[in-house]
Design a protein around this ligand. Structure first.
Ligand SMILES: [Zn+2]
Length: 429
């Protein structure tokens, strides 16, 4: 059979399969296109997206999904993926069986499956955008926080790195150590989830933008696969479930849990989720969380300093005390790929994530994780700026642990929901 004949047979099979499911496919594609247009409109009007979606509709979606997910003891996201994989295997097996039997229906069946996949993909994109994805187009967190986002010079970057090094050192001094000298943080995953939920409740009491329902945190059963792919956590927006890689050293686990909950609270951008993890962990009053986020903040700042002013970075490096050094080495050892195959998996996974982030309007892709540094610097500027008489607030007088929240922005209805949240913190699921 020539190329042209093959194409014509394929088109005929597609047409035959399409006739049977034209209506469902057309409906799915039309809704998909409408949602994609909505995404474009949302990107063009971030103020409206913030008001109508991120602080309007989204909290209702999040509450509904979290409620449903909270009813299940297992991750609905993982169960859904498993069901999808099984379904795909069964359907593919049917096509193969027809092919082996030589009934001549294999091609038509394969086309029907292809159109089913297209229909499902279209519904998934629509659901993703409506249930969470539009948050990519909301106003930047810095916008509502009065942050000065001008780039930092080497001097300021070094000072900020040293500040966070000091905070990490202070927090570490109250924590016990394992036999190998790394930080020992007691507690199982349930306790970690409770600490993280409590921390977000504390932070949302002074900044209504951070409010949301009690997170349905999951210990990822695919943690090994996540480790190989270099993934410390995943937020599954279809079920509002933040998943954490439970194999990672505890400081990483705590940071990732806080980061994934930032996504649940509607902060889709990676730099903002990283920054909010640090902010919420610092406000929490929980030494383990405070240490975990200070360690990450210090490392990110140090990384930025290394590329901006290598000599200054070397000087800061020499000031890192041995206990912190051991924790950093443990983190590096955990994430280091051990073979060429692991490196290949890691680079594919990074590429996929980069493509996804760019497609969602985060133009810096995976580099945006490190851009939390800009937010940390901006917050530091705001907290250390001398208070003008007209702008004096308790937040300005206590640089270390205060919130940059503007109390005039606190919306009472959202504060109530954060109270509900905190009263549920200690109840078992
Ligand atoms: Zn993230």
């Amino acid at each position: 059979m020539g190329m042209r004949e093959r194409c014509s047979v394929l088109m005929q099979a597609l047409r035959a399969a399409g006739r049977a499911r034209r209506r469902s496919l057309l409906l799915a594609l039309s809704v998909g296109v409408a949602c994609a247009l909505l995404r474009v409109a949302a990107g063009a009007a971030p103020e409206w997206t913030e008001r109508l979606y991120s602080r309007g509709l989204y909290p209702w979606f999040e509450r509904g999904l979290s409620f449903v997910s909270g009813l299940s003891p297992w991750s609905l996201g993982e169960l859904g993926l498993l069901a999808l994989a099984l379904l795909a295997a069964v359907r593919a097996a049917r096509v193969v069986r027809e092919r082996v039997r030589g009934t001549g229906r294999a091609l038509e069946l394969a086309c029907a499956e292809f159109l089913r996949v297209l229909t499902l993909a279209s519904w998934s994109v629509s659901f993703y955008l409506l249930a969470w994805g539009l948050n990519h187009a909301r106003l930047p967190y810095a916008h509502g926080s009065g942050f000065d986002m001008r780039p930092a010079g080497a001097e300021e970057l070094e000072q900020a790195t040293r500040d966070w090094l000091q905070r990490a050192r202070d927090a570490r001094s109250s924590l016990p150590e394992n036999a190998d000298g790394t930080v020992a943080i007691e507690g199982d995953f349930e306790q970690l989830a409770s600490s993280v939920a409590r921390a977000w409740s504390v932070a949302s009491a002074t900044d209504a933008r951070l409010a949301g329902s009690r997170p349905v945190l999951r210990d990822g059963s695919l943690s090994l696969a996540m480790k190989l792919a270099g993934i410390s956590g995943i937020y599954w927006p279809f079920t509002a479930e933040p998943h954490v890689n439970t194999l990672a050293p505890v400081p990483q686990r705590m940071f990732s849990a806080l980061h994934e909950v930032a996504h649940q609270r509607g902060f889709a951008r990676e730099d903002e989720a990283n920054f909010l993890a640090v902010h919420v962990g610092t406000l929490s009053g929980d030494p383990a969380l405070a240490y975990s986020v200070a360690l990450v903040a210090m490392r990110e700042l140090h990384r930025a300093l290394r590329s901006a002013a290598p000599e200054r970075a070397r000087q800061v490096e020499r000031a890192i005390p041995a206990p912190l050094r051991r924790d950093i080495d443990a983190l590096n050892a955990f994430w280091a790929p051990r073979s060429a195959a692991q490196r290949a998996v890691r680079s594919v996974s990074t590429k996929v994530n980069d493509t996804y982030l760019v497609s969602q309007g985060q133009r810096h892709g995976v580099a945006s994780y490190g851009r939390m540094v800009d937010l940390l610097i901006a917050q530091r500027r705001r907290l250390t700026a001398p208070a003008s008489p007209a702008d004096s607030s308790p937040a300005d007088s206590s640089p270390a642990d205060s919130s940059p929240a503007d109390s005039s922005r606190v919306d009472s209805s959202r504060v109530d929901s954060s109270r509900v949240d905190s009263s549920r913190v200690d109840s078992s699921r």
